[in-house]
Design a protein around this ligand. Structure first.
Ligand SMILES: [Zn+2]
Length: 455
């Protein structure tokens, strides 16, 4: 049934023609390559870890199908290769003279680097997935740091995916846990999109919505099965991740179908290199999982907010000017993050006239927004228990975030993207800080959790 969902998604996908998913399908890589690229030459790209997982099988499959192979490019296993633009340039220069189509064996970072490098050469590639660790496999765009600022660079998704379920199930548990963290954010991200939709800021594109949300519940509902490496649980998670990528491929404008403010939390910490000096580095999905809890807790109170009682003129009277807004952003960020954050924040800046109109619109639309959001959301406690069960982080201090830094991220996350999410609406209503403080009060979601005395 769900495979039909992938087949149907592929029928209307612009970039990806085929997904080969199943048990022991690494040996299909060669035939897939020939179907997609005919007589073209190939080159395998991996790192020391992923080469050990599937390098020889994939190479044998390609050779067996008669694909002429160049020498593989294998990044070292340690330190982990980083998704920065310098590595895109490095791969592009490697690939350019070969004239071959790349076959990348890997997950998030390697796939993103090859995706971008191939696209810059006007070339297509295929990916052999090694972990159920994130949803970017089939996504349009690559998450790359440019001059230290994490951004999504436009580029075409792979033309083919090989999703070998035993390979995913054999990956380290932390990879699977990080995939759950990435996927579960689609819950509050959906609520953020409902908000932007109802306010006429970014309408929901139903096809992309259905892909991102359609298999979500099934994918996250059996965390114990994922720990036990139950094949059924891995099928559901892999489908959820691939479909979420196909949702972004379909939407194309941005990663909106798969990414709300919960992702923005992660991006802030990532740009500040949180956990990057760990070995292996702190993953995207672990940070996103915490961002998910943060946003589910914020949404949980927000749906009960009586916005009709908010004094519009008082909010307008304390609204910051454009210059004050810029100064505020500058005070919150340092280094390479400052200028992009200023730009993203000012892109959604409202004049006082626009603010008055926006607050009016929020008040009118609030009953519908909250009704739809309630349908979409789950209690933060449920997400917390899923993350805990699967072995993902569920408390900020597990990733060395102090209470203060975690709290501040609620205020800062909206400044790094023009994307409109719940913190924007609460900020416009003048209640963001008070709503955040409620969460850290003794009876609030974060106040009720234990915090070690480390500041
Ligand atoms: Zn993500």
């Amino acid at each position: 049934m769900s495979e039909d969902l992938i087949e149907r998604a592929l029928a209307s996908a612009d970039d990806t023609d085929e997904v080969v998913m199943g048990d022991d399908v690494l040996g299909e890589t060669g035939r897939l390559f020939r179907r997609l690229f005919g007589d073209a030459g190939g080159v395998v790209i991996a790192d020391g870890n992923t080469w050990a997982v599937a390098g020889e099988q994939v190479t044998a499959s390609l050779r067996g199908a008669g694909v002429e192979l160049a020498e593989p490019y294998v990044f070292p296993a340690r330190p982990s290769v980083y998704a920065e633009y310098e590595n895109v340039e490095l791969l592009r220069e490697f690939l350019a003279p070969l004239g071959a189509n790349a076959v990348v064996i890997g997950s998030g970072t390697l796939n993103d680097l090859v995706k971008k490098a191939s696209d810059e050469l006007g070339r297509r590639y295929l990916v052999v997935c090694t972990a159920a660790s994130m949803d970017g496999y089939a996504a349009f765009g690559a998450s790359i740091s440019v001059d230290g600022f994490k951004t999504t660079l436009s580029c075409r998704a792979p033309q083919g995916l090989v999703v070998d379920l035993p390979t995913l199930a054999a990956a380290p548990q932390r990879c699977t846990a990080t995939g759950v963290g990435d996927l579960i954010e689609k819950i509050p991200a959906g609520a953020d999109w409902i908000l932007a939709d109802e306010l006429g800021i970014e309408p929901i594109e139903q096809g992309s919505w259905d892909l991102a949300q359609g298999r979500l519940e099934a994918a996250i509902s059996d965390p114990q099965g994922l720990v036990d490496r139950d094949p059924g649980a891995f099928v559901a998670l892999a489908e959820g991740l691939v479909l979420s990528g196909l949702a972004m491929q379909r939407y194309r404008i941005s990663s909106r179908p798969a990414s709300g403010a919960g992702h923005l939390f992660s991006h802030v910490w990532e740009m500040e290199h949180l956990g990057m000096d760990q070995d292996p580095p702190l993953t995207h999905g672990f940070k996103v999982g915490l961002g998910t809890l943060a946003m589910l807790a914020l949404w949980q109170n927000a749906v009960d907010l009586d916005v009709s009682a908010i004094d519009t003129e008082a909010a307008v009277a304390t609204w910051r000017s454009r210059e004050e807004t810029e100064a505020s952003v500058r005070s919150w960020f340092t280094g390479n993050m400052v200028e992009p954050a200023v730009k993203e924040t000012l892109d959604k800046y409202l004049t006082t006239e626009q603010l008055r109109a926006r607050i009016g619109l929020i008040k009118t639309a609030w009953p519908v927004i909250t009704a739809r959001a309630r349908e979409q959301l789950v209690p933060p406690e449920r997400a917390e228990s899923i993350l805990e069960r699967v072995g993902a982080f569920h408390h900020p201090q597990q990733i060395d975030l102090s209470r203060q830094r975690f709290r501040d991220t609620y205020l800062r996350c909206r400044m790094i993207r023009s994307r409109y999410t719940l913190p924007d609406a609460l900020f416009e209503l003048g209640v963001l800080e008070e709503q955040v403080d409620r969460l850290f009060a003794p009876d609030g979601f974060w106040g009720r959790r234990p915090w070690a005395q480390t500041g």
